[in-house]
Design a protein around this ligand. Structure first.
Ligand SMILES: *Cc1c(COP(=O)(O)O)cnc(C)c1O
Length: 399
């Protein structure tokens, strides 16, 4: 027996374990301290009432022989996919077909699994800083030497430049907007350039819009398919995790339009084959939970939580700006990307913030080389603690 050696090419990730370890050690050596975590990368509000009611009802159905359900359909039940189609696409003027929507247990799985349907020798363009899943899953698939880094910096509001004439043409391009970790968004005219590039070069865009529900501004697309031409070059990955607090429940979906044809083959057919072979669907109870957010009342309830996180992010952005920091994001996103003062690295400023303010952030360097010099703060905490953290930052660093 031999192992898959690609796994040995992975770089160990110490980011969250080191953040937790340093925080634990600080608390142990400062027992009277009152540490506030602005590093939370997970939702904290409970599921909304419509979701809970739908789940209770679905559980009761599963308890009765007449309404019990076994294996779900491969792509998900029509009742939920029809709602997704209507609310996330048709109502927004986007023409997607029902059989282009594949329900799943979340966007992380889909981001990782989608690589199964592409040749190993494709080149992949990935932003830096980045959600590490894109890099690691490509390394696992044997594409370690095929990764083209797209550096993202403050000068361009963390939007990566398109490859120039003569640069290597990436076969696959990962884009995520609103972005994790920078909290920045891509306007329509910018995304249009990528769509035109991908169509011209026959590249494929993998568009992660896990944070689309945070978007409030009209010029910021919630879906890549708002951009003309995207259906012939882009797959979209969606999640109920941040939208409706499903991080513990697990549900997402991926859109693979029929127009995506490479090597004479529809990607939709390949993804159907991959999913129906290796995945047996999302639980019935969870599918009913997802369906429940697609009603006037459901949308109202999820918006209450989303507004709460957005307001936290806005307060953090305003607060750190008032304290004299330069910051990005904080709008259309739960994340604030703090530019740290000169003389500090991401990690030394992490320590400084912990010692001076007893506030925990996430060092930007943990998201890639280009993240050095930044710290990610999140709006997923409580209002009271978020305000307290901001007050401390202002008191320590404000001039
Ligand atoms: C949270 C997150 C997801 C969602 O993952 P799930 O598996 O659906 O919970 C996807 N992409 C990014 C960039 C994220 O931050």
């Amino acid at each position: 027996m031999k192992i898959n050696k690609n796994f040995l090419d992975l770089e160990a990730s110490y980011l969250f374990s080191t953040v937790n370890k340093k925080t634990r050690e600080f608390i142990a050596s400062h027992p009277d301290s009152d540490v506030i975590k602005l590093s939370i990368g997970d939702v904290t509000k409970p599921l909304c009432p419509v979701v809970i009611d739908a789940m209770h009802k679905a559980v009761d159905e599963m308890a009765d022989e007449k309404t019990f359900r076994g294996y779900p359909p491969e792509q998900g039940y029509d009742f939920v996919r029809e709602k997704i189609l209507e609310w996330d696409y048709t109502k927004r003027g986007i023409d997607i077909k029902l059989d282009e929507i594949f329900l799943s247990d979340g966007a992380k799985s889909d981001c990782g699994n989608i690589g199964d349907i592409f040749a190993t020798d494709n080149t992949v363009a990935i932003c830096d800083p980045v959600y590490p899943v894109y890099i690691d899953t490509n390394i696992m698939n044997g594409r370690k030497d095929k990764i083209i880094i797209l550096p993202c910096s403050a000068e361009t509001n963390f939007l990566p430049a398109l490859p120039a004439e003569g640069d290597a043409v990436p076969d696959i391009i990962y884009l995520c907007f609103p972005n994790n970790p920078t909290g920045t968004v891509a306007p329509k005219n910018y995304l249009k350039q990528w769509v035109d590039y991908a169509n011209a070069h026959h590249s494929l865009i993998l568009f992660d819009s896990a944070y689309e529900a945070f978007v409030t501004e009209p010029d910021v697309p919630k879906s890549i398919y708002e951009i003309e031409g995207a259906k012939s070059c882009a797959i979209e990955l969606r999640s109920f995790s941040k939208t409706a607090g499903f991080t513990g429940l697990r549900c997402g979906y991926t859109v693979v339009p029929h127009e995506l044809v490479f090597d004479g083959t529809e990607l939709n057919a390949l993804w159907f084959r991959r999913q129906s072979t290796k995945f047996n669907g999302v639980s019935y109870v969870t599918q009913r939970a997802a369906e429940a957010i697609y009603s006037e009342e459901g949308q109202k309830q999820i918006q209450e939580n989303l507004s709460f996180y957005r307001e936290n992010a806005r307060l953090i952005f305003e607060g750190v700006s008032a304290a004299g920091f330069k910051a990005f994001g904080g709008k259309n996103s739960p994340y604030v990307w703090l530019q740290i003062p000169e003389g500090f690295t991401s990690w030394s400023f992490f320590d400084e913030l912990l010692e001076e303010c007893q506030v925990v952030g996430t060092p930007g360097s943990g998201f890639g080389k280009m993240g050095e010099g930044y710290l990610r703060l999140t709006g997923f905490g409580s209002r009271e603690r978020t305000i307290e953290a901001i007050e401390r930052i202002k008191a320590s660093f404000g001039r």
